[in-house]
Design a protein. Structure first.
Length: 631
């Protein structure tokens, strides 16, 4: 047990231990029997495991305490917190740490540095929206004051709420059609009037881009939610508060609702129903070349965005050549899109999709049972569930989502006929054949199962290059066997996704570089990948909605290629077996793949990390499927 009162950053003695796959206790199967221990993987304890756990606990405590997102107090406290932890971490004698301890040191320091960089990025974004939100800090500070248990001057508070409501209404009026000032968005992100936070509203219509206006509208919603929680804490419990604040609060709340709606409708160009239905223009918020460089540095990827796009283009060229071979086998010559149309139209009838997914999941597990590639414990086969995805969510996620359960995207009765057909075609059996195992075993479900049981302190270092990259790696691995995708139709299904992941790198990086618009990204999926248009729109909307990190879509294939290169280095060379390699990745916990390599290949580490790994130089050539013999 950890003594939380006396725990400090320290260097413990390096202790190596051997643990079994089933440690600490083997899981029982469905009949209650304990399975035999089937493999041994040598691991070492990390001297910094308790330190990382302590940081995570402290971080969670501060997140609960400073719950007004991007408030003045939160920003200051979190910056001091991250800087303080970096200073404490540097007090370690790095040279005395074991390899596992050094891995945790580098991971934690890398995380802290990146969090400080994100704070800087958010500060820049606030400077772009302050002309639209000069009241933001003033309102968010109310929640900070509540958390500080400060006394309230009720009359002064009521006046402040009324003042902000007038300020919000004045800003909204600048964009309403009744004004003489045009509310036309431009690409000019420099406001013509930039007041300081808390000052009066501008008297000239701010000229901002749709991106900044959309970000500001989202911030209005966030501020309003925080304000609502603040108000409900006092309302009714403090009679004087309710007497003074109820009317000005209600007016302010109404003003914020109308202002957010005005920004979306008059500047962004959304219809009133777009936000609720996940429709309307796709905006996004590109982070630019500097943001991409910073995020790539965090992921320990020593490539420029342009170099990564070139890698994706090479991968797409391979997939294109292979899909033409499959099309010829189906009798369509080089017209691979015609062959794919036939594949799309093999969809199952409504109501039968759950049965298909169940059968494909069991088929994949049975296929892995025939080989000695990775351990899938009996409980991991037993504990996953299936749910159907709501129609609204399908507009953002037109395909499966997975993890503890698999969320199935398929039509419901209240969807339009066009939406139904596109959903069925986009989730046909051959496309699904290549993705069900991506979501379940040995993909996301097995990842989560193992991460909950091994090196749990590293879950805070989770990255899509590890979890999405590992699931995509399995798609490549099974392709390489030449035994899983037997029919030409199944190969087209697998290649559709491989082309898709190449396209994700290309359109997402180009978007953040300012070289591709969301509409162009949709068309890019429709043309080179042959997406259904509605599915392409859902894919791009999900990519740029803010729910995913900027590099998330690029991480699928790039992370998969990293693991593919590492497999060649460690397994093809005979240093590890397939099972040792795959189990060690899952047991080691999530982290940038460069650090996976550092663990498994014992790469020398300094406080700054490992030497740059140009993984593309170590990639094995893509495996072409044999051309069927013509009889």
């Amino acid at each position: 047990m950890i003594d939380w009162r006396t725990l400090t950053l320290r260097v413990a003695c390096s202790v190596a231990v051997v643990v079994t796959l089933a440690a600490p206790l083997p899981a029982q199967d469905a009949k209650g029997a304990v399975p035999p221990i089937v493999s041994l993987v040598q691991q070492t304890t990390s001297e910094l495991e308790d330190v990382v756990e302590r940081f995570g606990s402290d971080h969670s405590s501060l997140a609960r305490r400073y719950d007004a997102d991007q408030s003045p107090a939160q920003r200051t406290r979190m910056r001091n917190f991250y800087e303080g932890w970096r200073a404490r971490l540097r007090e370690h004698d790095f040279d005395r740490l074991s390899q596992e301890g050094r891995v945790d040191y580098v991971l934690l320091d890398n995380y802290l540095r990146h969090q400080l960089a994100i704070l800087d990025r958010e500060q820049k974004q606030r400077s772009e929206t302050v002309v639209l939100l000069p009241f933001a800090d003033r309102l968010l500070a109310l929640q900070d004051s509540r958390r500080n248990l400060e006394n309230i001057n009720h009359s002064a508070l009521a006046r402040a709420l009324a003042e902000v409501a007038k300020q919000v209404d004045s800003l909204r009026a600048l964009f309403e059609p009744a004004t003489t000032r045009p509310a036309v968005a431009s690409t000019d992100t420099t406001a013509r009037a930039r007041p300081a936070a808390g000052s009066a509203a501008p008297t000239v219509t701010p000229r901002v881009s749709r991106t900044i206006a959309n970000r500001a509208a989202d911030d209005v919603d966030r501020i309003r939610r925080t304000l609502t929680g603040w108000y409900r804490f006092y309302d009714g419990y403090d009679p004087l508060f309710t007497w003074w604040a109820r009317d000005p609060y209600r007016k302010l709340d109404s003003s914020l609702v109308r202002y957010g709606r005005t920004l979306r409708e008059r500047v962004v160009g959304m219809r009133p129903t777009d936000l609720a239905q996940n429709t309307g223009p796709i905006i996004g918020d590109p982070i630019g070349i500097d943001g991409l460089k910073e995020d790539l540095q965090y992921e320990m990827i020593p490539y420029t965005p342009e170099e990564l796009i070139a890698i994706a283009e090479r991968e797409y060229a391979f997939s294109l050549a292979e899909i033409r071979k499959a099309a010829r086998q189906m009798g369509f010559g080089d017209d691979w899109k015609a062959a794919m149309e036939k594949v799309k139209n093999t969809y199952v009838e409504p109501g039968k999709q759950p049965e298909l997914i169940r059968d494909l999941a069991r088929q994949a597990e049975a296929f892995f049972d025939q080989h000695d590639w990775v351990t899938i414990p009996p409980l991991a086969r037993e504990d996953w569930n299936m749910e159907m995805m709501a129609p609204e969510r399908q507009r953002l996620a037109p395909f499966f989502l997975g993890g503890p359960m698999i969320l199935v995207s398929y039509p419901t009765a209240d969807m339009s006929d066009e939406e139904k057909l596109m959903s069925m075609r986009g989730n046909n059996p051959h496309f699904s054949h290549a993705t069900v195992f991506h979501e379940l075993n040995p993909g996301h479900h097995l990842q989560g199962f193992m991460a909950d049981r091994y090196n749990t302190h590293r879950q805070m270092f989770r990255t899509p290059f590890w979890n999405e990259g590992n699931a995509l790696y399995w798609e490549m691995f099974l392709w390489d066997t030449g035994k899983f995708h037997v029919s030409a139709e199944d190969r087209i299904g697998a290649l559709f996704w491989r082309m898709h992941r190449s396209a994700r790198i290309i359109f997402s990086l180009n978007f953040h570089l300012g070289k591709m618009t969301p509409d162009q990204a949709v068309q890019f999926l429709v043309d080179p990948v042959n997406f259904e248009r509605a599915n392409a729109e859902g894919e791009v909307r999900r990519s740029f909605s803010g729910q995913y990190s900027p590099l998330y879509q690029a991480a699928y294939m790039l992370g998969g290629l990293q693991m593919r290169a590492l497999h060649r280095e460690l397994v093809a060379s005979g240093k590890m077996t397939n099972r040792q390699f795959h189990d060690a990745i899952l047991q080691g916990g999530p982290m940038p793949v460069t650090m996976v390599r550092a663990r498994l290949a014992t790469i020398p580490l300094t406080r700054e990390g490992a030497a740059p790994w140009r993984f593309a130089d170590q990639l094995p050539p893509p495996v072409p499927f044999p051309v069927p013999v013509q009889r």
